[in-house]
Design a protein around this ligand. Structure first.
Ligand SMILES: [Zn+2]
Ligand SMILES: [Zn+2]
Length: 146
């Protein structure tokens, strides 16, 4: 959490709660999921407050907003260079840490000075490929009980 002290934002208890939920979180949660989690500790916090805090953290570069999932903003605490695998069915997003050597021709660059790229690979995850993504989840929870 120390790294967030550098971002020049006052770390209110609400912001700390949002950051501690996001820190190391690989699920790329949506604003709604973050709200649900944080409101367990701050039941009076509104969705708008959570959302405004996410915007503030995003504008300081502390988190990334992903526009992968139509209609839902998803957030990524991993702000370093990485790519994503995206399941089109269950909307699972998985990190890919690889350096793809992609080059644009000068024509394609259109005068841009390129700083990087972020690639999304779309498809179906293992659970969704086998056609029983939802079923797998319920089997999983039954196993946990036993
Ligand atoms: Zn899936
Ligand atoms: Zn990611």
């Amino acid at each position: 959490m120390d790294k967030y002290k550098e971002i020049g934002l006052r770390l209110t208890p609400q912001r700390m709660a949002i950051l501690s939920f996001l820190d190391g979180n690989k699920e790329h949660p949506s604003a709604e999921e973050i709200y649900r989690e944080v409101s367990k500790r701050f039941p009076h916090m509104s969705f708008a407050t959570v959302y405004n805090n996410l915007e503030a953290l995003k504008s300081r570069g502390a988190i990334l907003e992903l526009n992968i999932d139509p209609g839902r903003r998803r957030y990524d605490p991993e702000t370093g260079y990485h790519h994503h695998l995206v399941c089109e069915k269950c909307k699972k997003i998985i990190d890919i840490n690889a350096n793809f050597d992609l080059n644009l021709t000068d024509d394609q660059k259109d005068g841009f000075l390129i700083h990087g790229n972020r690639i999304e690979f779309y498809g179906l995850c293992m659970e969704c490929r086998s056609g029983n993504g939802d079923q797998m989840k319920s089997i999983g929870s039954i196993e946990n009980i036993e």
